[in-house]
Design a protein around this ligand. Structure first.
Ligand SMILES: *[C@@H]1O[C@H](CO)[C@@H](O)[C@H](O)[C@H]1NC(C)=O
Ligand SMILES: *[C@@H]1O[C@H](CO)[C@@H](O)[C@H](O)[C@H]1NC(C)=O
Ligand SMILES: *[C@@H]1O[C@H](CO)[C@@H](O)[C@H](O)[C@H]1NC(C)=O
Length: 169
């Protein structure tokens, strides 16, 4: 008889524990660890529309292209999964001005390979100087997730120049 009494007392406690901790169990499953960029992975970015300027321009209303170059100098094989980024205050990168649309990829970047991927975005913001930060998300064959920095620098937001054709209208 005593033993049934004990089970009766323990059961509610057990259920309570499950109820209290279950949300955390679910949460930890949904948010995998994201590792920093491995040292033997180098990522660079270049604005292909104005490759020779000292400071890149982002042109309002036009497709802006950043060519990202992913250099895998390590022994692991990676898969590039996504690029996401933001325009931030150039004096305080924690202050996000606008998030940029994320792009999904499924690109193999095997050991010792060099992969190029284009990232496109549109802007429609008042002309000003902002920093742009692009993150490249990739994973290894063990499904470990990494986040590398593809671009981090100041850009000038400009309005498109009117063409002669526009002026004649
Ligand atoms: C990377 O891929 C190559 C070619 O498929 C394979 O031979 C090699 O074992 C892989 N390396 C690792 C660390 O999985
Ligand atoms: C940008 O995205 C982050 C993370 O999703 C969010 O917390 C933040 O509010 C967004 N900021 C702006 C300005 O949209
Ligand atoms: C971007 O560059 C700035 C200045 O060099 C640096 O303080 C900041 O940590 C960098 N941000 C990222 C995400 O790497």
């Amino acid at each position: 008889m005593e033993i049934f009494k004990t089970i009766k007392n323990i059961l509610p406690i057990f259920l309570l524990v499950v109820l209290v901790f279950a949300p955390f169990l679910v949460l930890s499953k949904e948010e995998p660890t994201i590792y920093a960029q491995p040292e033997n992975v180098e990522i660079t970015g270049e604005f292909t529309d104005n490759p020779f300027s000292r400071r890149y321009s982002v042109v309002n209303g036009q497709k802006n292209t950043v060519k990202l170059i992913f250099d895998n100098k390590g022994t692991l094989n990676y898969t590039i999964n996504a690029v996401a980024g933001a325009l931030v205050n150039k004096d305080n990168p924690n202050e996000i001005y606008r998030n940029l649309t994320a792009a999904k990829y499924s690109l193999k970047a095997p050991s010792m390979d060099h992969v190029e991927l284009p990232y496109y975005f549109y802007a429609e913001f008042p002309p000003q100087e902002l920093d742009i930060i692009l993150f490249v998300f990739f994973s290894d064959d063990e499904k470990r997730q990494f986040r590398g920095v593809g671009y981090n620098g100041t850009v000038t937001i400009v309005d498109p120049e009117h063409s002669l054709f526009d002026l004649q209208l």
